[in-house]
Design a protein around this ligand. Structure first.
Ligand SMILES: Cc1cc2nc3c(=O)[nH]c(=O)nc-3n(C[C@H](O)[C@H](O)[C@H](O)COP(=O)(O)O)c2cc1C
Length: 319
């Protein structure tokens, strides 16, 4: 069965800079989801979101925008905005777990309100021809909340429902609940995508065996930690290419260059790169030491030197 690999959105990470750099140096991802747009009560699109979705910044990629809201007028506004840019699909975030979001009835805090979901989907389907897809957790408190939303969702021609197999109250802790995901597979007529904790080729193979009907797989933190992962999944290999560190280093340089253009001051650039390294380090030999070393740097010069050493050490270890 042919598979489709999707890059799950991570606010603060998978913006157009990361997407383009990953696509250029590693490939393997069919479609990237952009991190959510949130309006916060004002009917205007913040410049950061505009930049992220501008077609000129996404020329060689397939990108799907995302919105996080519980209000039908906000959804409609964002739908019209992304359509005006040329996008024909809008993904709806019903997964964000953070209490300040969920307590306002947004993200995973909305899964338990099928009547509100209905209101939004009804308006957007009657007022626009945009294609809607969903990204959901299985509930906020309990993993069967999503099942109660399925009859409402079944009324609409949704492109798909991507399910992160956790509940909101877990945040990112604890494991994914695969039995609960299986219940979703059994109970919805919609096309389901699987999301959650795919971090290795072996782990992917196990998921594929467990869910033979799923052919769309979303990679989130696993893609940041190891941007080689989608290509290795496609090739069904656990072997990195021989020039692994050279390729990674070019990707890293491009990402750093992009953030140097965006951010002013060494500290801001280092802080941003450190947030990536907290993930990257997981696919290197000594994650804790790497993060510690980077944390100690205060200038770009020192940061560059530490990164050079990390790459050299990793190359030595792999020979
Ligand atoms: C820092 C961070 C930011 C995230 N931002 C978003 C987001 O903007 N939209 C969204 O739907 N999910 C977001 N997520 C959730 C991920 O897309 C994904 O569903 C989740 O991490 C589970 O997949 P994974 O185990 O492959 O990472 C975010 C997760 C993290 C850790």
């Amino acid at each position: 069965m042919s598979i489709t690999l999707l890059s799950s959105p991570l606010q603060g990470f998978t913006d157009f800079r990361f997407r383009n750099a990953q696509h250029r140096h590693f490939g393997g991802i069919d479609t990237f989801y952009a991190p959510y747009i949130r309006l916060n009560g004002k009917f205007e699109i913040k410049p950061n979101y505009q930049l992220d979705l501008a077609l000129k910044n996404n020329t060689s990629l397939e990108v799907i925008p995302q919105v996080m809201t519980c209000k039908e007028d906000e959804f409609l506004f964002v739908a019209k905005y992304v359509q005006s840019l040329g996008y024909n699909e809008l993904n709806w975030n019903l997964g964000c777990p953070y209490p300040m979001v969920a307590n306002k009835g947004m993200g995973s805090g909305m899964i338990n309100s099928p009547e509100k979901i209905d209101k939004v989907l009804d308006l957007v389907h009657s007022e626009t021809d945009i294609v809607v897809s969903m990204k959901m957790r299985m509930g906020y408190e309990k993993s069967d909340e999503i099942l109660r939303s399925f009859p409402v969702l079944a009324k609409y021609p949704l492109k798909n429902i991507a399910i992160h197999a956790r509940i909101g109250a877990q945040l990112y802790k604890g494991g994914v609940d695969l039995d609960a995901f299986q219940r979703c597979v059994d109970e919805t007529p919609h096309k389901l995508y699987y999301n959650g904790d795919i971090t290795t080729v072996e782990g992917f193979r196990a998921m594929q065996e467990r869910f033979p009907s799923i052919d769309h797989w979303m990679l989130g933190r696993g893609l940041i930690a190891d941007p080689f992962l989608p290509m290795m999944i496609r090739k069904d290999t656990t072997e990195y290419p021989e020039d692994r560190i050279e390729v990674f280093s070019k990707f890293h340089d491009l990402l750093q260059y992009e953030f140097e253009q965006k951010l002013s001051g060494d500290k801001h650039v280092i802080r941003k790169m450190l947030s990536f390294w907290e993930y990257f380090a997981q696919s290197f030999s000594n994650p804790t030491r790497i993060v510690k070393k980077i944390k100690k740097t205060n200038t770009i010069e020192a940061f560059d030197q530490v990164v050079k050493e990390i790459f050299e050490e990793e190359m030595e270890m792999s020979y």
